[in-house]
Design a protein around this ligand. Structure first.
Ligand code: FES
Ligand code: FES
Length: 170
């Protein structure tokens, strides 16, 4: 099949690529553009590791053909930090609250969380958990991720983990 030339706009940068039309967006992001932050987990729409935002909508980039993103604005984890020396508040909150362990889910989690907070800046815990329902994490048990997002949304008030648990007395 003939290659198709498309223009991807990723984090504000324009890329013209000639690709086989059956290739997925995550493949082209990683293999052609060298943007390795978007992860491939299940590669079938179940885990959310590959989440990116296209024109304001979160999508699984493993289920999205790159040609579908032709001429549209795609946001990936590489575009989240405002500068090379500064983190986005969500990224910092993930670090501060231990919401990153192996890190495989983190890019997708942060993209989903950012989109949620764009639409619902004062999202409560239930809304945050619903907003993350398409993103699986096998490491954290989710509580630290929810706490981090809540902290980014509301500040420390009502978002700190309960004092019990780790390192507690026997
Ligand atoms: S890799 Fe796309 S949903 Fe799992
Ligand atoms: S931190 Fe390992 S899958 Fe979420």
């Amino acid at each position: 099949m003939a290659k198709q030339t498309i223009e991807l706009i990723v984090n504000g940068d324009r890329y013209e690529v000639a690709i086989d039309p059956w290739r997925t967006l995550v493949e082209v992001l990683r293999e052609d553009l060298g943007l390795m932050g978007t992860k491939i987990g299940c590669n079938q729409g179940d885990c959310g590791a590959c989440t990116v935002v296209i024109d304001g909508t979160t999508v699984c980039s493993c289920l999205t053909l790159a040609v579908e993103a032709d001429g549209r604005e795609t946001s990936t984890i590489e575009g989240v930090a405002p500068s090379g020396t500064e983190l986005d508040p969500l990224q910092q909150a993930f670090i501060d609250h231990g919401a990153v362990q192996c890190g495989f889910c983190t890019a997708g989690m942060i993209l989903s969380a950012r989109q949620l907070l764009t639409l619902e800046p004062a999202a409560d815990e239930a809304q945050i958990r619903r907003g993350l329902s398409g993103n699986l994490c096998r490491c954290t048990g989710y509580d630290k991720i929810v706490t981090a997002i809540s902290h980014a949304a509301h500040g420390p008030k009502d978002s700190e983990p309960e004092a019990s648990g780790e390192g507690g007395e026997s």
